[in-house]
Design a protein around this ligand. Structure first.
Ligand code: ATP
Length: 234
């Protein structure tokens, strides 16, 4: 589903933000862990076709983000770290508009999709309220809903549980874990419990390199690697 092939990224002459990243992922949920500035968002943006890699390529469902961006775009759902929404639209209107942008022309089909997503993200009660009245957590869930429109084979989510209360965190983790049974989800997070509660795989990104990749559990050495990095960054 996703093949990250020798990806490097340099924004300016001094900083090599990503260094020869190689990662392959089939179905499941991959948690990308790392400290502030480790390069997580940059890697997700490259996967989503928002940033160009300086070297290397990413293949999504067999298509290159560099040379086949339209094919890639139609196969991913992406939630960036800072997602701009129209404050004067209601949640339902925003999702309906996002469906239109994804090329879903039938009004009936859009209504079906939007109703199901509002239910899955626990937004039904606020569906007719303007987004400007939403809490951070509600906006985050609406952002997730727009990424899931059309059931894309690959979901790329930057910090999915930021701003959510504990109950909503659990709901979102369960939803992403369920999505990952038949699709591929890549998420970035600082939170170990996100990884241990919903990810089938984890990668630790540190100073632009993958320091660890594997199946996360509480005994995995990625915890030690994170602790060691924590001391180094403190
Ligand atoms: N557009 C840009 N121009 C120049 N430097 C950038 C740009 N975007 C990111 N960087 C730098 O690249 C590095 C990695 O940033 P990135 O946002 O990918 O890290 P991150 O792991 O997602 O961090 P955080 O957890 O704080 O979101 C940082 O040093 C950042 O300052």
């Amino acid at each position: 589903m996703i093949r990250i092939l020798d990806v490097s990224k340099q924004y300016d002459r001094e900083t090599l933000v990503l260094q020869q990243i190689e990662l392959h992922m089939k179905t499941g949920v991959m948690g990308l862990l790392g400290f502030n500035g480790a390069g997580k968002s940059t890697l997700l943006k490259i996967m989503a076709g928002i940033e160009e890699p300086t070297a290397g390529d990413v293949m999504i469902c067999g298509y290159s983000v560099r040379s086949e961006p339209d094919e890639v775009r139609s196969r991913i759902g992406y939630l960036p770290q800072h997602f701009e929404m129209y404050p004067h639209l209601t949640g339902r209107e925003m999702l309906d508009y996002a469906c239109t942008l994804k090329g879903i022309r039938s009004r009936k089909k859009r209504k079906e999709i939007v109703t199901r997503l509002l239910y899955e993200l626990n937004l039904e009660a606020k569906a007719k309220d303007k987004i400007k009245t939403y809490s951070t957590g509600m906006k985050q869930r609406l952002g997730l809903a727009q990424a899931m429109i059309g059931e894309p084979p690959v979901l790329i989510i930057d910090e999915p549980t930021v701003g959510l209360d504990p109950e909503e965190k659990m709901r979102v983790r369960k939803l992403l874990a369920a999505y990952g049974r038949e699709h591929t989800v890549v998420l970035s997070t600082h939170i170990l419990s996100d990884v241990e509660n919903c990810c089938t795989h984890a990668a630790v990104l540190d100073e632009g390199k993958i320091r660890w990749f594997g199946i996360p559990d509480c005994k995995s050495e990625y915890r030690e690697i994170l602790m060691e990095g924590h001391h180094r960054h403190a």
